[in-house]
Write a protein that binds this ligand. Structure first.
Ligand SMILES: C[S@@+](CC[C@H](N)C(=O)[O-])C[C@H]1O[C@@H](n2cnc3c(N)ncnc32)[C@H](O)[C@@H]1O
Length: 199
């Protein structure tokens, strides 16, 4: 059997993220995951939140390998992933009641981050929830020296990537009609940010 890509970070953070998702997601939610990656998050969350529908997605070059893991999980509430690049419009016909994305904003370019929020403003249903996990800077400062090292490492690989400013992200979210409701400090110098779309 083909060996699936594996992220130790996803393995380490999936349970602590799940505990926050349980507080914000409700029975019947139609969740869209952007930048699903290895699918470890999608499988863990769909298995542990069987009363909601988990629709993962990723860019064309990653969606086949993501789908291998999702197919092996054989979960009724976890369909095959969609192909979504946040830079393409429209993303899909889906109108999710919640959107989740982990470790994506520091990988994408700044333009892509803007498109991420513009797209969410278009597809997320009124009163829907946005949950974004990853590292952030506050007032231009890294939360830890290791996040500053991580930012340098990212930029060495791709100068357009990098740890994003919370304030900039907040402005983009506000333009997308999202109200900030929670900043959850997470292990390994990450945050889980939560917004609610206006009714
Ligand atoms: C570091 S991985 C994170 C994967 C997974 N969410 C996790 O936490 O392990 C970054 C992800 O962003 C996706 N990505 C990069 N550019 C994207 C874009 N323009 N639109 C959608 N996803 C993108 C990549 O394909 C990859 O799956």
């Amino acid at each position: 059997m083909l060996e699936l890509p594996f992220s130790q970070a996803s393995e380490n953070n999936k349970q602590v993220i799940l505990e926050i998702l349980k507080r914000h997601l409700k029975k019947g939610d139609q969740v869209l995951e952007l930048a699903g990656g290895t699918g470890q998050h999608a499988v863990h969350f769909a298995a542990n939140l069987p009363n909601l529908h988990w629709q993962s997605s990723d860019i064309p070059s990653n969606v086949s390998i993501l789908n291998l893991r999702l197919a092996r999980a054989k979960l009724a509430n976890l369909p095959a992933a969609l192909t979504i690049d946040v830079n393409n419009s429209p993303w899909s016909n889906h109108r999710p009641t919640a959107i989740f994305s982990a470790n994506s904003l520091h990988i994408m370019s700044a333009d892509s981050v803007e498109n991420f929020f513009t797209g969410i403003g278009e597809v997320l249903q009124a009163n829907g929830t946005l949950l974004v996990y990853g590292p952030f800077k506050y007032v231009g400062e890294f939360t830890t020296a290791s996040n500053a090292d991580f930012d340098r490492w990212l930029k060495d690989k791709d100068p357009l990537s990098g740890v994003r400013d919370f304030e900039w992200i907040s402005d983009l979210a506000a333009k997308a009609n999202l109200t900030f409701i929670e900043d959850n400090p997470m292990p390994a110098n990450n945050q889980l940010l939560v917004w609610k779309k206006a009714r």
